[in-house]
Design a protein around this ligand. Sequence first.
Ligand code: NAG
Length: 339
Amino acid sequence: MVVTLFGLCVATLAIPSMARIAPRDSTYPAPGPCMGNCWTHDPSMIQRSIDSMYFRFSTGPGVNTMVSPDLEGPWEDWGPALPKGSIIQLDGVDDMDIWAPDLHYADDTYYMYYVVSKLGTQTSEIGVATSKSMDPGTWTDHGVIGLPPNSAYNRIDPNWITIDGKQYLQFGSYWEDLFQVELDTPLQVSSQTPHQLAYNASLDHREEASFMFQHGDYYYLLFSGGVAGSYTADYPAQGEEYRIHMCRSTSGTRDFVDKAGVSCLDSGGTILLESHDQIYAPGGQGVLNDQDNGLVLYYQYYPLSLKEAGGDGVAGFLYGWNKLGWQDDWPYVMATDGY
Ligand SMILES: *[C@@H]1O[C@H](CO)[C@@H](O)[C@H](O)[C@H]1NC(C)=O
């Protein structure tokens, strides 16, 4: 069933059949099935409270919005959340080009943090929009959240969490990697200085797309390490492509360590998921607390067959998902057979 549905999803996007490529040995299980429109980039997933409908938001003109009655689909494109783009105007940036949405629900309102940015620069802003239903066209854009610029960080890849009644936003990419800032309200950061959560001292400090969630006694910080790339003609050296790392902390605000006890401020970060079999460069991840399946890891990946066929850039990315299992208070990626 997994193979059939997965094949269907890929066939929809008209890329070469995966059946011709022999599977490699793998320590990771395949993602769950996907039907319908399985494209994604920097996904954020949430279930709507009123009807349990799944929403998958992605980087795209006006924020790409996909909906489905089930995790596996059939996923349908509902058009842009912000059809007129962001009210944030940045020099040299198309206001329709909105990145890395992050969704949560509180006080009968859906909040969507988002980014406008010039690729590879610190010319970036984090904005926020709200809606009562998440239907396209119902979003009210409130613009910037007031995060001050700083040469230490890039104001991209926001991720919201509440810890002991206080609201925080994780953010950042490259430069000095991942930071956290307290919010005064969901629409406005506090005047407190953002503090660093994770840093990789090697090479060009590749950590981004943070996502924090709570489970048991810990807060888990997931992030993407390695080279993101648009995966057209140029690919990073093998092993340097995107992958998902994890760290944990009891406070959620400091002292994140990996499985070996290495501080995540000191280049720590255990790998949760990396390239395997037909799954190349998984990243841009998040965790959904699914009403039926518990904690589910979702992510973007590039099909290896597409890479081997020459690549298709951002258009080639697909949505993957797996339930999370637990061992010694660390998550691992589970097979989805009979989920
Ligand atoms: C830090 O960077 C090195 C070199 O790119 C890489 O091998 C390692 O996996 C990275 N670690 C983390 C936690 O990002």
